[in-house]
Design a protein around this ligand. Structure first.
Ligand code: ATP
Ligand code: MG
Length: 435
C-alpha cells in the first residue's frame, strides 16, 4: 500500500469541531467590525514579489527568509504567497483609487504564509484578521483601534492580554536616534550575535527587537527612540495616551517596541499574553504614514493592526471557554422505499420552514438509525415508516440527549409538523417567532 500523503509541515487542517469554533469566532468578528464602521475587502493570496519587498522592506525577517516565493512557470514572473495583508490591501486601495472621496476603514481575514520554524503558535500557514484605516492622520484613529481590541477581548471573555505602546516618531527623528544607536552598538560589537551584526548597518533599530536573551542587557542600555521625538510626535503620542486614559484602558510604554516592519511611524502597539509561551503577541499594529507613497500612491496617513487567529483561539480555549456545539434540530430516520421518498419530502419541507434537518442516508435497521440520531446530538428524532407514510404523518420522538426528561413521542400530521416542531424546540417563543 502506498503511504498516505500528509499536509505541508506547519500548514494545518482545521477539522470540523475546530472549524465550528472558527466560524463562531468569525461571526463575532463581523459584528464587532460593523460596530466600528469597518468594511470588508478581499485580496488575492498571491501577489507580485516586489510588492512585499517594497512594502515590508528588504531587511526584515519576512522578506529576508520567510516568504514563499516562486516563479510563475508560464511567464517567469516572481510571485509570493502573501506573508501579511497590509501590503496587498494598500495595493488594492491604490489600484482601485478607493481614497478618491476620503478616508476608508477596511478589514480582511484569511491565511498568511511565512516560512518559519513551526511550533506552538507559529505556523507556516496561519490566519489573521487585519484592519486598516487609510487617510486618517489624527491620534483618535490610533486610540480607536486600540479600544477596538480591548472591546474584542472583552466580548470574547479573554483575560490577561496586556497592552504595550510606543512611538517611533518620524523618519528624521529615527535617523538621529539611529546614529546614536549605531555608535552605541558599534562600541559593543563583540557582544552582538550574528543576526544583529548583519543588521547593524542595514536596520539597527530591529536589533532592539531581538529575541536573543543574551542581548537583553545590551539592548536595555541602548539609546531610547522616545528621547529623540520632536514636539509634533510627542503631541500625537500624548493624544493617543489621553484617549486611552479616558477609555480606562491600561497600557505600558515599552521603549523597545519597534515592530518588525519598516513602514511604521508614530504609534506602535502590541497586545501580549504570558499564557501562550514564547508566542505571546496576539495582535500588533500601528501607524504607517509612509507606506502609501512608498507604493506609488498620493501620500496619505494610515494606521492598522493584525491579530493572529490561531493564537487568540488557543488562548480562548486555554482559558476554559467552550464554543457552542452545532447540532441539527432533528434527525430523520426512515425505512422502506415509499417512506424514503416521504422522508426526503418531509426534510425539504422542514428546511423550507427554517429547521436544520439531518436526513439519515445509507439505510440500516431502525435500531442503528436511532443510534445515529442519538449520536447526532439532535434533540428530536423524526420517524417515518410505511405506516406513517400511508397516513401522511411523522412520529416525533424527543431524545434523551436534548431533554432531561423527554416528553412522549407523538404522531403529527405532515401539515402541522413545522408548527409542532417549533413549539417543541422553542417553547418560550411566541407564534411570531420573537422571544
Ligand atoms: P512574531 O514576533 O511572533 O513573529 P510578527 O511581528 O512577525 O510576530 P506580525 O507580522 O506583526 O507578527 O503579525 C501580526 C500577528 O500575526 C502576530 O502578532 C501574531 O499573532 C500573528 N502571527 C505572525 N506570524 C505568525 C505565525 N507564523 N504563526 C501564527 N501566528 C502568527
Ligand atoms: Mg515573525
Amino acid at each position: 500500500m502506498s503511504q498516505t500523503l500528509q499536509a505541508v509541515r506547519g500548514m494545518n487542517d482545521i477539522l470540523p469541531e475546530q472549524a465550528e469554533l472558527w466560524e463562531q469566532f468569525e461571526e463575532a468578528i463581523r459584528d464587532w467590525l460593523r460596530a466600528y464602521g469597518y468594511r470588508p475587502i478581499r485580496m488575492p493570496m498571491v501577489e507580485p514579489t516586489p510588492l512585499f519587498a517594497r512594502a515590508i522592506g528588504e531587511v526584515t525577517d519576512i522578506v529576508e527568509k520567510e516568504m514563499y516565493s516562486f516563479e510563475d512557470a508560464l511567464n517567469g514572473e516572481s510571485l509570493t504567497l502573501r506573508p501579511e495583508g497590509t501590503a496587498s490591501c494598500v495595493r488594492a486601495v491604490l489600484q482601485h483609487n478607493l481614497l478618491y472621496d476620503g478616508p476608508r476603514r477596511l478589514w480582511y481575514m484569511g491565511p498568511m504564509f511565512r516560512h518559519e520554524r513551526p511550533q506552538k503558535g507559529r505556523y507556516r500557514q496561519f490566519h489573521q484578521v487585519g484592519i486598516e484605516a487609510l487617510g486618517f492622520a489624527g491620534p483618535d484613529i490610533d486610540a480607536e483601534q486600540i479600544a477596538m481590541c480591548a472591546r474584542l477581548w472583552d466580548d470574547l471573555g479573554l483575560q490577561g492580554i496586556r497592552l504595550e505602546i510606543n512611538s517611533l516618531g518620524q523618519s528624521e527623528e529615527r535617523a538621529r536616534h539611529r546614529a546614536d544607536l549605531l555608535a552605541y552598538l558599534e562600541q559593543h560589537q563583540d557582544q552582538l550575535d550574528e543576526d544583529a551584526r548583519r543588521r547593524l548597518h542595514s536596520n539597527p533599530l530591529r536589533i532592539l527587537d531581538t529575541k536573543n536573551p543574551q542581548l537583553q542587557a545590551l539592548v536595555e542600555g541602548a539609546p531610547k527612540l522616545i528621547d529623540y521625538l520632536g514636539e509634533a510626535s510627542l503631541k500625537h503620542f500624548d493624544g493617543v495616551q489621553q484617549l486611552l486614559k479616558d477609555a480606562a484602558i491600561p497600557y505600558r510604554i515599552n521603549p523597545r517596541l519597534v515592530r518588525g516592519l519598516d513602514y511604521y511611524n508614530l504609534t506602535v502597539f502590541e497586545w501580549v499574553t504570558d499564557q501562550l509561551g514564547a508566542q505571546g503577541t496576539v495582535c500588533a499594529g500601528g501607524r504607517y504614514d509612509g507606506l502609501i507613497s512608498q507604493l506609488g500612491g498620493k501620500p496619505a496617513p494610515a494606521c492598522g493592526f493584525a491579530m493572529g487567529i490561531e493564537r487568540l483561539l488557543a488562548l480562548w480555549q486555554d482559558q476554559g471557554h467552550k464554543h457552542e456545539v452545532v447540532v441539527p434540530d432533528a434527525y430523520l430516520v426512515h425505512q422502506g422505499e415509499a417512506a424514503g421518498r416521504f422522508a426526503f419530502r418531509v426534510a425539504e419541507a422542514l428546511r423550507s420552514a427554517g429547521f436544520a434537518i439531518q436526513l439519515h442516508c445509507g439505510g440500516g435497521s431502525f435500531k442503528s438509525q436511532m443510534k445515529k440520531a442519538d449520536g447526532s446530538g439532535a434533540p428530536v428524532a423524526l420517524i417515518v415508516g410505511d405506516d406513517e407514510t400511508a397516513a401522511n404523518v411523522v412520529t416525533v420522538k424527543p431524545l434523551r440527549g436534548g431533554y432531561d426528561q423527554p416528553p412522549d413521542q407523538q404522531r403529527v400530521n405532515f401539515d402541522e409538523l413545522a408548527d409542532h416542531l417549533g413549539a417543541l424546540l422553542f417553547p418560550m417563543e411566541d407564534d411570531d417567532g420573537s422571544l
